[in-house]
Design a protein around this ligand. Structure first.
Ligand SMILES: C[S@@+](CC[C@H](N)C(=O)[O-])C[C@H]1O[C@@H](n2cnc3c(N)ncnc32)[C@H](O)[C@@H]1O
Length: 253
């Protein structure tokens, strides 16, 4: 597949697959969000009551709803009209979430220095111009505000990574390959589905440089692992002690 693809082309996949992608979502999002991403993200959030938050790449909006229920004022943006349609359908108007159609790479309709906090949960690997998106998030934050974003861990989830199995189909180890490739690749999400989503792979160095160039300070990194409580509920997450599927950044303006 070609090495580059525009965000506009990539977003068509989200429009196409929005219903399938979100079919197993509940109030916690999907199971990976419940077990790994939400605990990591909430460990980094300082305050929710009364603060203004941008959910940049809100998808079907579960995180916006959780944050709004905790008293935050939420603006939620997504570039997929289909995702926004699902989000608006699922979100009670009383929560006051303001939904907008927009591309995180360029949000001219939003004023600079507006938000106390911005969150992009599993979005930055889905758009072409991540440098532009980081600069936009920096512009939109108030001085001293912070940006939390999660992505597939670029050191472990690479275009040719995956489980290696023995002759009985038992998983033996996780293979990583093509780490230094930078560009788009396709993956089935969920893994047993027919649908293919487009991801953009970049190295950790490229992420780090883009973050610094935007002006941010990296304050905390989290490589989420399942808690004992989550393991009792979902024992198959034991395999997540082998590698970190996700990495979550907290950046300060
Ligand atoms: C993996 S989903 C995550 C959605 C949500 N944050 C969640 O955790 O459930 C990625 C989302 O990013 C959105 N997205 C991709 N590129 C975008 C862009 N350039 N601007 C805004 N949203 C984008 C997609 O439409 C999709 O809803």
């Amino acid at each position: 597949m070609k090495k580059q693809m525009t965000t506009d082309e990539a977003i068509q996949r989200w429009d196409q697959h929005a219903e399938v992608f979100t079919v197993n979502y509940n109030e916690h999002g999907d199971v990976h969000r419940e077990v790994l991403l939400n605990p990591a993200i909430f460990s980094l959030i300082e305050q929710t009551s009364g603060v203004s938050i941008l959910d940049a790449g809100c998808g079907e909006g579960y995180l916006s709803r959780i944050l709004a229920l905790q008293g935050a004022r939420i603006t939620a943006i997504d570039y997929s009209k289909k995702m926004l349609e699902i989000a608006e359908r699922k979100t009670p108007t009383e929560l006051g979430v303001q939904f907008f159609h927009g591309n995180c790479e360029r949000l001219d309709d939003l004023k600079s220095c507006t938000f106390d906090m911005i969150v992009s949960n599993m979005v930055i690997q889905d758009l072409a111009d991540y440098e532009a998106a980081f600069s936009e998030m920096y512009r939109l934050l108030k001085e001293g505000g912070y940006y939390i974003f999660s992505i597939l861990h670029p050191c472990f989830v690479t275009p040719k990574s995956g489980w290696i199995r023995d002759e009985n189909g038992k998983k033996t180890h996780w293979k990583i390959d093509n780490y230094f490739y930078e560009g788009v690749y396709e993956q089935q999400i969920p893994v047993d589905s027919e649908e293919k989503i487009v991801f953009y792979h970049r190295t950790l160095t490229s992420y780090f440089q883009a973050i610094q160039q935007a002006g941010f300070i990296v304050e905390v990194l989290v490589e989420p692992k399942p808690s004992q409580e989550m393991l009792s509920k979902y024992p198959h997450f034991e395999e997540d002690f082998n590698i970190s599927n996700f990495i979550v950044f907290k950046l300060r303006k």
